[in-house]
Design a protein around this ligand. Sequence first.
Ligand code: ZN
Length: 388
Amino acid sequence: MMTEKLYDKDAYQTEFTAKVISCSLSSGTQRQYDVVLDRTLFFPEEGGQTPDRGTVDGTQVTDVQIRDGVIIHRMAAPLAAGSEVHGRIDWQHRFYNMQQHSGEHVFSGIVHQKFGYDNVGFHLSDDIVTMDYNGTLSAEQLLEVERQANQAICENISIMISWPSEEELEAITYRSKKEIEGQVRIVTIPGYDVCACCAPHVRKTGEIGLLKVVSRQNYKGGVRVSIWCGLRAMQLYDQEHTMVSELAASLSTSADQIPAVFKKQQDEICKLKQKLQKAQAQRMEQQLEEIPPQQKNVFLQVEGVDARTIRDSVNRLTAAHPGYCGIFSGNEADGYQYVIGSADADAGMAGELLKERFGAKGGGSARMIQGQLHGAAWEDLQEVLSQL
Ligand SMILES: [Zn+2]
């Protein structure tokens, strides 16, 4: 026997009584029961939407599924078959979902009217509301659809639910027109959308409150659009407003000045980095000048010098000193990037020694190698390099 769907007739009802048709241990789970009632207010997981939450006789309903018209409530405690039970759905959760779902109809209806695209993948959960359209939409086009959707919300239009006969249905143009077995439920938002849908909706578009597009990404040749409606959109606004206010306070500016202050700080960081690099390169120059001429095997530790300057310096060293010449940029905590060259020996030998002793990674030619290593103190490195 198919379950009577009480939510179909009145999406605002929150409590109901029903008779337990059956109760059995769920397969594959421990101490969970599958309960079938003669009628229910619990909307199951269907059409991309996650199920209602709530209780039956005080026990939490953890999942709701539908199979061949039979709605199955998963519960942590059994209910006696034949008994009369009292159910209650989590109204806040349901109303949030109604706001999101009705918002999706308004939005997809406008996309369909303006661009002819369909929503071919809809997901509504506590974390996301996404629509996959089978055509691309630019950020500007989405902004225009968002503006029109909010206009439809302000117009506070009545949302109508109907069950047309087969003949009536053939004459209607609606979204999601496909072969559906049995009675088709049509949700109409006059002027904006007509769509076959099984989910609970708000009575009037004004109850959607507001609709905000939160992201857009290219997806399977079309576009995936993420939105928030109503109280969830308000929560998002709250979070972002708090974030912006805190950021403005920490920058000692007003919210509208954040981009300008941020840009100024970025420029300053860039200039400081350049200055620092210059100072570090000068310090390295000094170190190079202090090396006695003709010294064999020269190894230096520096910090923050760019790779190109290091390579050039190693080239200068190998031209003036016999044996191995290497520069290690970094320190024990952060690890080292190194370049080692030689005019008269095989630089690869130095690389092999560092790999063997410190697990260094890198490579190069007999003339010059480069690589990186971690976890070695400079004194230990010098000790090992002195074996070359
Ligand atoms: Zn729908």
